[in-house]
Write a protein that binds this ligand. Structure first.
Ligand code: HEC
Ligand code: HEC
Length: 432
């Protein structure tokens, strides 16, 4: 008895020492200490609103950019040959048209493999402090390589991809121009990240409102913004991305979450990276720019409408049932975070209405000669040459991505975009 108590005390006394002697996983330390991409997330720190919960997005042109890397990244982002069976590119799942998502609950990669999580937008992802729902990538350079090797996304291995790129004269010369050491994994990640950064949109009514008090918000959106503040949504969805800058627990207790959305408990969240029980149910707070375009919602894609997503957040995070008026007003506010680039009304249009709507947004130079037809591979190739206008490029990306959506609305599940995408040989179109 006495002896075992003594032993117990000895063990208790020793345990801090034992812990101190433990070697800490250097990867884990680096993970905890990572800060994301400072120049991006600190953007607009001098703006008068920087000391409030909100921070306007500065124009894209004010960020450091290298046009050679960016163009290389554009090619890579749209190149399905980075996947094992040549059918899946980044843009298969991150389609400009759909707010850079895929409109599915869970992503579908090579061979129809279904992933675990919903595809988040890459628009404005450059402002996230880390990437992925569980924030497991420190920055976009690291993030960009992950889908290539993910077995249910592009399913390839990096060495083979690098060898492949080295056999493509177009890539070899572009890599050489952009990086002294040419085709390497780090440079591949960096180039793709440049394109992702280029997918930053700053032209929303809310941003205009913040930037120059332009009175760009409707009365309803204003009301929604007020409620967003009063209900405490802003305590997590704040800063330049209205989110993307912290980890937070979804709901307070597992029982509480289970009552509202049981599917959320099957994902380990941050614990998947840290292996700590405390990190279950913990996710990176998603940014909310363009959120009205990225249904379905949440990491599990379990919620089809923004109304329902807002109502669930009210329950899980603010602990109350929002009335219909609050939900509608907040949804109107969230709608003001849509980039004007998407023309607002495109969401919900039928495939028949879309091409015309898109064409009306196109600069004249692109408009003529294409008649009533979608741009074909060859036209696309010609258009890509000799023009550096990023806006036009994105319009093309959107045009491209709308191929294959032959029935249903934009919000319906995609038909065969991956096939449509891979029919363009992006690796071959020469320099632009
Ligand atoms: C099969 C569909 C699919 C493909 C292909 C794909 N992604 Fe994703 N992407 C996803 C899903 C799903 C997630 C979320 C995964 C997670 O959090 O675990 C994601 C997350 C991201 C994020 C993080 C955004 C955020 O807010 O955290 C970025 C950036 C991104 N992808 C860029 C890319 C790039 C670049 C490529 C090509 C190299 C690519 N994706 C290929 C489905 C896809
Ligand atoms: C305690 C932090 C916190 C608060 C408060 C909070 N949220 Fe969230 N929000 C999150 C997290 C974490 C997620 C991701 C949850 C998931 O994927 O299951 C999220 C997701 C969302 C989404 C879905 C985004 C997407 O791309 O799928 C919307 C919309 C949203 N929140 C709106 C709101 C509104 C409106 C409020 C106020 C009623 C609110 N949030 C309050 C942390 C919070």
């Amino acid at each position: 008895m006495k002896k075992s108590l003594g032993l117990l005390m000895a063990v208790t006394l020793m345990s801090p020492l034992a812990q101190g002697a433990e070697t800490v996983d250097p990867d884990y330390l680096a993970f905890l200490q990572a800060r994301g991409e400072a120049p991006w997330i600190n953007a607009a720190a001098d703006h008068p609103l920087a000391n409030t919960a909100y921070r306007p997005l500065p124009p894209l042109a004010s960020f450091p950019a290298d046009s050679v890397k960016r163009d290389l990244g554009f090619d890579l982002f749209h190149d399905a040959s980075l996947s094992r069976d040549g059918t899946v590119g980044c843009n298969t799942c991150h389609m400009g048209m759909r707010g850079a998502t895929d409109g599915r609950a869970q992503a579908v990669g090579i061979g129809g493999a279904t992933g675990l999580r919903n595809t988040p937008t890459v628009f404005n992802a450059a402002f996230n402090f880390r990437q992925f729902w569980d924030g497991r990538s420190f920055d976009l350079d690291a993030q960009s390589l992950a889908p290539i090797t993910d077995p249910v996304e592009m399913g390839h291995d990096l060495d083979t991809v690098l060898e492949l790129l080295k056999t493509n004269p177009n890539y070899v010369s572009k890599f050489a121009e952009a990086y002294p050491d040419g085709v390497t994994a780090a440079n591949l990640g960096n180039a793709i990240a440049q394109h992702t950064k280029d997918m930053t949109r700053t032209d929303s009514p809310f941003n205009a409102h913040l930037n120059d008090s332009a009175n760009a918000l409707s009365e309803q959106a204003q009301r929604g913004w007020t409620r967003f503040n009063e209900l405490g949504c802003v305590s997590c969805h704040n800063g330049i991305n209205l989110g993307g800058n912290s980890y937070q627990r979804l709901g307070n207790t597992p029982d509480f979450v289970a009552a509202v959305r049981a599917s959320a408990l099957t994902d380990e969240g941050l614990a998947r990276r840290t292996q700590r029980d405390d990190d279950r149910q913990v996710f990176k707070v998603p940014g909310l720019h363009n959120v009205a375009l990225t249904a379905p919602y949440f990491h599990d894609g379990s919620v089809a409408t923004l109304e329902e997503a807002v109502a669930q957040m009210g329950e899980l995070q603010a602990g109350r049932q929002l009335d219909e008026q609050d939900v509608d007003d907040i949804v109107a506010f969230l709608g003001s975070l849509n980039s004007a680039f998407f023309g607002g009304g495109m969401r919900g249009m039928t495939a028949e209405q879309l091409p015309e709507a898109m064409r009306q947004q196109m600069p004249d130079a692109m408009n003529h000669e294409h008649g009533g037809q979608m741009m074909q591979g060859h036209d696309h190739q010609q258009m890509m040459q000799g023009q550096g206008n990023q806006h036009m490029m994105h319009m093309q990306q959107m045009m491209q991505n709308s191929n294959g959506t032959t029935n249903g609305t934009v919000d319906a599940g995609p038909a065969d975009e991956s096939a449509a995408d891979s029919s363009h040989d992006h690796s071959n179109h020469g320099s632009h």
